[in-house]
Design a protein around this ligand. Structure first.
Ligand SMILES: [Zn+2]
Length: 183
């Protein structure tokens, strides 16, 4: 196999993130990750920086938002197959040790949640609110469009809703449970 510039010395590789190929400097990415963790006796690598409301670590790397455990999976193990979740063997959401991570589908994810008795904590579904004008998938699109640089007014026109609603989505006043994670 011919080594291209993109994979030279296995440092930079193109990985499918948010539907597009992104070049990730793995060495730099690993350094960034390792600076933000504490390795504990259990073998877990505990994320020490920003956390989401539902208890996962997160970070921005080269302008892209990742949840920390997914970021770790990507840089140590590779692409996350489309539609799959990165799950923890160790039941510690803040752990980013790639050895403790595995991929599974929605059903594995739900089983995992039930087994670990967390379901109640994560089942706050904005979409089910009686007055919800936006579906969860719209919220995901809105957040992505805003990250891509579209102004709120334009996004409001696209979804035919008031700009103030778009502002609330972007500022996480509603649909807090939806976090954009690379797929
Ligand atoms: Zn762990």
């Amino acid at each position: 196999m011919v080594c291209t510039f993109a994979c030279r010395a296995n440092r930079t590789s193109s990985i499918l993130v948010l539907g597009i190929y992104i070049k990730i400097d793995k060495k730099k990415a690993k350094q960034r990750l390792l600076k933000r963790i504490e390795k504990v006796k259990s073998g877990c690598w505990i994320w020490k920086r920003s956390k989401t409301d539902v208890g996962y670590g997160h970070l921005t790397f080269d302008g892209i938002y990742y949840s920390a455990h997914r970021f770790s999976y990507i840089i140590y193990k590779g692409e996350i197959p489309k539609g799959l979740f990165v799950l923890h063997k160790c039941d510690n959401r803040l752990c980013v040790n790639p050895k403790h991570l595995f991929v599974g589908n929605q059903s594995d994810n739900m089983k995992d949640c039930y087994i670990k008795n967390r379901h109640a904590r994560i089942s706050v579904l904005g979409q089910e609110a009686w007055n919800s004008k936006l579906k969860d998938k719209d919220v995901v699109k809105i957040k992505k469009l805003y990250k891509m640089g579209l102004i709120q007014k334009k996004i409001a026109e696209m979804f035919n809703v008031d700009r103030s609603l778009i502002s609330r989505v972007i500022n996480n006043k509603r649909w807090k449970h939806i976090v954009i994670i690379p797929q």
